[in-house]
Design a protein around this ligand. Structure first.
Ligand code: FAD
Length: 517
């Protein structure tokens, strides 16, 4: 993917696009992949880097949602479990199964969670990831040796999926581009154009890098802007009633030694009635999450002190070595776009919503990462009907995601790139690009060059937050990597010393928010 080519294509196109997608998170990327794979002409606009919003800030689970089972939402769980299976099938380099242990400290927990998780297995049907089973105390400690043994009675093990969210997002953009979509980052939609009857027939946008104003004529516009859904709807109708509420969740990242295991821990009922996960991820342990209602959407939400304390306090009850603030290598926050309803945000449905405004603007929102494909299919089916577009069946159930390979185990720390790993290895034949950028993280210079050349990374933040996950794993290490990364990008993008200095300063200021002091 090359940004210059994408901008040129948008600028030069006179014909209306079949679909213009606003928003480059999981939802928008899914729509672009689906529409392009059906042979429709599609352009996607993202205001920042692809995945800058919620889609790089998840718990990294590909799951049916054990919690929704407890809420009795069987159809949501079944549909998500099926999508979980399809995601692993179509992106095996990025989605894999993970064992979770639910520790039991009370007599009733083994039968209660044991039965619930058997139901979870049952609902997965042919898309199952492995059978749950009851564990003795010894088996539980063998699987998660870091667990507090005092009063532990045993546990239940069950299986779900795990992934790298930002990496899958980048590979979805590449999949869309492979099928002919034009995807453009750093290009916010600034307005919607209406025809004489008041129907949306195009999008105005601005190339942030040059200030150039762009106009994209469109047969259908799909609003996939997550927590920003209502602000885009207001571009066509300032009086439109809001349909989305926002809730924040944070995660703390620790050294892997806190978990000392390839098995994740699931605490089914925290003091606020939620689930807490501690999962192994990229050689670290990630603990989360919280559910705090938030008034205003933000691309860079800030974790609250009470959220940090809550996770530390809850985790402390389950580990022999209680984690403290000093042990936190990174903290990150994300905002859920939830479809408005009654009651607490934690009780709001995770089902998705398709909404059509009087202007014909089609909005797709809610849902979750795991269900992005199904959401996209639904949105494009609606767009075809409303926009009178060529009707072709959805092909994405079996569509391989960019990077697809079954041989990812041999790729070492480059496994998440799948079939692209070979190209990065070739770059790394140059000794200068084989250099590891920080001793605590596996990333090499060739990955940054690849991000700029093939994945449209434009800034130090893009390279360190999403194209590699350095910022999410270890904020201090990411800060130390900023200057060499800025130099690598400057060489690729033709930038000068002033750009390097500004990028390093900007990134370090941002990374401060990912540290816990
Ligand atoms: C803490 C937390 C944990 C989660 N964990 C999981 C999990 O483990 N598994 C799971 O399945 N789901 C999980 N989710 C849910 C999942 O992450 C979200 O449902 C999903 O990422 C939402 O994607 P989206 O594309 O709708 O929104 P986003 O990713 O926010 O994308 C919207 C994009 O629109 C862009 N945008 C906004 N305005 C404009 C404009 N005017 N022009 C152009 N672009 C614009 C934004 O920059 C943004 O990139 C979690 C969510 C949170 C908050």
């Amino acid at each position: 993917m090359q940004r210059e080519t994408m901008v040129r294509t948008v600028r030069e196109r006179q014909e209306p696009w079949d679909i213009v997608v606003i928003g480059g998170g999981a939802t928008g990327a899914g729509v672009a992949v689906d529409a392009a794979a059906r042979g429709l002409s599609v352009a996607l606009l993202e205001a920042h880097d692809f995945g800058k919003g919620t889609s790089s800030r998840s718990t990294k689970l590909v799951h049916g949602g054990v919690r929704y089972l407890e809420q009795g939402n069987i159809s949501l769980v079944m549909s998500a479990l099926k999508e979980r299976g399809l995601m692993r099938q179509n992106a095996p380099h990025l989605v894999h199964d993970l064992a979770f242990v639910v520790p039991n400290y009370s007599w009733w927990e083994a039968p209660f969670y044991g039965i619930g998780l058997k139901m979870y297995d049952l609902l997965a049907g042919k898309y199952g990831f492995g059978a749950s089973k009851l564990l003795s105390k010894e088996e539980t400690l063998r699987r998660v040796p870091a667990l507090e043994p005092n009063e532990l009675r045993g546990g239940v093990v069950y299986y779900d999926g795990q992934f790298d969210d930002a990496r899958l997002l980048i590979h979805l953009m590449m999949t869309a581009a492979d099928h002919g979509a034009t995807v453009l980052n750093y290009c916010p939609a600034t307005g919607l154009t209406l025809d004489a009857d008041g129907y949306v027939n195009g999008v105005t946008a601005c190339d942030v890098e040059t200030g150039e104003a762009l106009l994209l004529k469109a047969r259908m516009v799909v609003n996939a802007t997550g927590i920003f859904t209502d602000s885009v709807r207001h571009m066509a109708d300032p009086k439109a009633e809001d349909i989305v509420v926002t809730s924040q969740g944070i995660h703390l990242v620790f050294d892997r030694s806190f978990l000392r295991s390839d098995t994740a821990l699931m605490v089914p009922r925290t003091s606020d009635g939620r689930i807490l996960f501690v999962i192994p991820w990229h050689g670290h342990a990630v603990a989360g999450t919280t559910d705090t209602p938030v008034d205003a959407p933000s691309l860079e939400p800030r974790p609250l002190e009470e959220e940090i304390d809550f996770i530390l306090e809850t985790a402390s009850r389950f580990f022999v070595r209680p984690p403290t603030r000093k042990d936190v290598l990174a903290v990150y926050a994300g905002l859920r776009p939830l479809v408005k309803g009654e009651g607490k945000t934690s009780a709001l449905s995770r089902d998705h919503l398709i909404h059509v405004d009087n202007s014909g603007l089609l909005t797709i929102t809610g849902g979750k990462w795991t269900t992005y494909r199904h959401m996209a299919e639904d949105a494009v089916d609606h767009a075809i009907t409303l926009g009178k577009l060529k009707d072709t069946p959805c092909p994405t159930k079996d569509l391989k995601i960019h990077g697809y390979t079954q041989d990812f185990a041999a790729l070492g720390s480059l496994d998440v790139y799948g079939s692209d790993a070979e190209a990065i290895r070739t770059l790394a034949k140059d000794p200068a690009l084989a250099v590891q950028l920080h001793p605590d993280l596996p990333y090499i210079a060739a990955e940054v060059v690849w991000a700029a050349r093939a994945e449209m990374a434009r800034t130090v933040e893009d390279a360190l937050a999403r194209h590699t996950r350095a910022l999410f794993l270890n904020a201090n290490a990411a800060m130390a990597m900023a200057e060499p990364v800025a130099r690598l990008l400057a060489a690729e993008l033709g930038r000068d010393e002033a750009w390097i200095a500004a990028q390093v300063e900007e990134f370090r200021a941002l990374a401060e928010q990912y540290r816990v002091v």
